[in-house]
Design a protein around this ligand. Structure first.
Ligand SMILES: [Zn+2]
Length: 155
């Protein structure tokens, strides 16, 4: 689904999968989770099927990343404050410790990839704010388990 009324992208929003250290999450798994949560799908013309995974980009433990849907299509990751329409979303695999507590579990490779992706997005959307899910107005959340706002303040 295209962004409502071509809403301009004014936010780069960081998420985590809320999974424990060293636990990989595949695109297929994420897709199943978001399908079960009844997220609005994006029809991928190349794959010729619906993609339910609601983020734009997914960063794996080894630092590789996958594009899940194009920027032009709205994500399904944060309805609050119209973020599904306003934001491009980058999600890293991890974000909780083995006791289900919020924890910055990013590997060095993930940190490097996240920074590269944030820089690329900053280049595409020079006026966008860079924030974590927990910084969205009206939310009380730990995601993405680190302070994205201060970490990327100079990007
Ligand atoms: Zn999140």
């Amino acid at each position: 689904m295209l962004r409502h009324n071509n809403t301009p992208i004014d936010t780069i929003l960081i998420h985590c999968t809320a999974t424990p250290p060293r636990r990989e999450v595949t695109r297929k798994e994420l897709d199943a989770w978001h399908r079960a949560a009844r997220f609005e799908p994006y029809y991928d013309p190349a794959l010729k099927k619906n993609v339910y995974a609601g983020y734009h980009l997914l960063v794996h433990l080894d630092g590789t990343y996958e594009r899940l849907r194009p920027d032009e299509h709205r994500g399904q990751h944060c309805p609050q404050d119209n973020m599904n329409n306003r934001a491009v979303s980058i999600c890293y695999v991890g974000g909780i410790d083995n006791n289900n507590k919020p924890c910055d579990t990013r590997t060095e490779a993930q940190k490097r990839t996240l920074l590269t992706l944030v820089r690329t997005m900053r280049g595409k959307y020079p006026n966008a704010q860079i924030i974590g899910h927990k910084d969205v107005k009206g939310l009380r959340k730990a995601c993405p388990s680190f302070d994205a706002k201060s970490e990327y303040k100079d990007v």
